[in-house]
Design a protein around this ligand. Sequence first.
Ligand code: PLP
Length: 280
Amino acid sequence: SVAYFNGDFIKVDDAVMPLEERGLQFGDSVYEVIRVYNGKPYTLIEHLQRLLISSESIMLASPNVMELEELVLQGIDKLQMQSGTIYLQITRGSASRNHEFPIDAHQNLMAIWKVDEGVISTPDQGVKLKSFPDERWKKCFIKSTCLLPNVLAKEKAKRKGCYEALLIRDAEIKECSAMNVFIVKDGVVKTPPADQSILNGITRQKVLSLASQNGLLTSETVLTIEDIEVADEIFITSTTKELIPVTQVDNFIIGNGKLGENFSLIHRLYKEDVIRECGA
Ligand code: PLP
């Protein structure tokens, strides 16, 4: 792996951050995670545009998308990375601890490139979700590093033997701690609307467009636990995990507890899209 901090390529474990850093002290920062297939970043522009939205939403100076694109490619090139992930983070900067924005601090930009084997395993049994109240703030469309509620929910789910936490707010299903959620019912691929209460996943958007381009009906609509009880199929999505089938939510067995045909189709469409965009 390799890392970058404010202009220099460094080692991931180099100590470069001052202790008084706003990302660290306040979670005053935004981030992105991008996946690399066959040496090419998948949906890079979509991720960088979302980073722009996240930055503007917390009143950070907008990053230059073309410069970030260049940086991402440089790191891939440096590592000769075929497969892996890239983490980008922009913080409000280093300054003596004080809630109000520092006047003279400059934003910190950092990145980490991590090579992996390129095998994203899709559990053939499907995974279990555990539902929890959504204890996050009201601006979850911002990809901020204030992730404590997400971290706690994920850990609680794991301790219950579940793969992810399904977050419920005002009786509505929102998303998982780090993945979006889809329900298939009577052939319609449904997912909660991308308002301020969820992160509008790049994978979520890709799944919606691939599904509708291939003749499936899609719907961005409010979903509740009742929709879980009658669901034919459920799956969850993210950049790093792609699409993961769900066969149980709390005590409900989904469909017949086996992988659904719509999941298999959409998963295949996704893999084909990756090949189309990044090559085999
Ligand atoms: N929802 C949350 C809260 C996330 O943190 C993530 C990604 O980490 C997602 C959804 C999935 O987003 P994407 O498909 O852009 O990776």
